[in-house]
Design a protein around this ligand. Sequence first.
Ligand code: SAM
Length: 325
Amino acid sequence: MISVNELRTKLPKDFIEELNTIYTSNYVDKILSGMTDKRYTSIRANTIKTSCADLMRYLKDNNIKFERVLWYDDALIIKNANEKDLMKLEWYIEGKIYMQSLSSMVPPLVLDPKPGECVLDMTAAPGSKTSQMAMMMKNKGRIVANELDKIRCERLKYNVEKQGANIVEVINNRGEFLGKIYPETFDKVLLDAPCSGEGRFVGTIPETYRNWYLKSVNSCKNVQKQLIKSAIMALKPGGTLVYSTCTLNLLEDEEILNYAINNFNVEIMDIDIELNSSVRAKTDNNDIMVYNSSEIVYREEIKKAIRIIPSKLMEGFFVAKLRKK
Ligand code: SAM
C-alpha cells in the first residue's frame, strides 16, 4: 500500500491534472485513496455448472475464506487467496468458478437479460460479462458475442466453452458494423466499451497505468460514439441498452450519453440495483466541477447513470441504462 501523496507522484501527470479539472479536491482524494492498494480478488459462482451454496462449501473444504456480497448472491470476495491460488483449484479448472471484478458484474445485472431473450454483447472479450449473462439467462435464448481483436476473440471462445455457455455465438467483427448487419434484432445490447481504463489504476501495480495517455481518452471517445450508434441500430424498438466503461473522465462517459440522447431515439432509465452507497455516486453530485460548464451542457437525464468510485473492493466504473423508444 502507498500513500495518496506518493500515488500523486507515480500516476501520469496528465491524469492527475485531468482529475483536478473535473472533480473537487475532496473527491479527487477519495478517488486516489481507492487506488493506493491492490483490490481484493472476487469470484462468481458459475450457476450453469454449480450453485453458490455448493461453491461456499467447496471453498470452506479447501480452507479458502470469503465474504458474501450484499447486492449479488452469486459473488464472493476472497480473503486469503490470490488469483494464482484460485487458478489451481479443480473447480476453477472445471469452469465452476469465474474470477471477475465486482464492478464488472454490475452492467449485466443492470441489463438483466432473461431466459429466451436475444442479446448482443458488442465488445465481449475475454467474456466475463458474456458468461455472466448466459448464466442469468439459464443458458436459454441467444447471445451474439462480438470481439474485434482476433487473439482476444480466441480467449472469448475458450472462456465461453469452459463455462458451458452454449447459447453464445462468438463473432469477430468491428462493433461499428453490427447495427447494419443486425438491424433492430436484439431485445438487449451490452456495450462494455473499450476505454482508457482509469478506474482500474492501482498505484502499486504500474502495468495498470503505464499505457495511459491523455490522447487515448479522445480516441476512445470517437470509437465509443460509433459503437453506441451501432448498438442503438441493432436494438429492437423498446429494447434496452447498457453502456459501461471502467474509466473516470466525462468525455468517455457522460459525453457519450449526451451524444446518444441528442442524436437518436433513446432515453436514459433509472438504475435500481442497490450498491453500497460509499462506492456508488450519482453523476449529479456537487463533486463534479465541469458539470454543466459553459463548454458542455449535459442533459438532465444523464444524472440517472451511476459512477462507481474506486476502492479496495471495486474498480472505478460508469454504468448507464438506455431504452430505445
Ligand atoms: N466485456 C468484456 C468482459 O467483461 O470480459 C470486456 C470488454 S473490454 C472493456 C473492450 C473490448 O472491446 C476489448 O476486448 C477490445 O479488444 C474490444 N474492442 C475494441 N474496439 C472494438 C471495436 N471497434 N469493435 C469490437 N470490439 C472492440
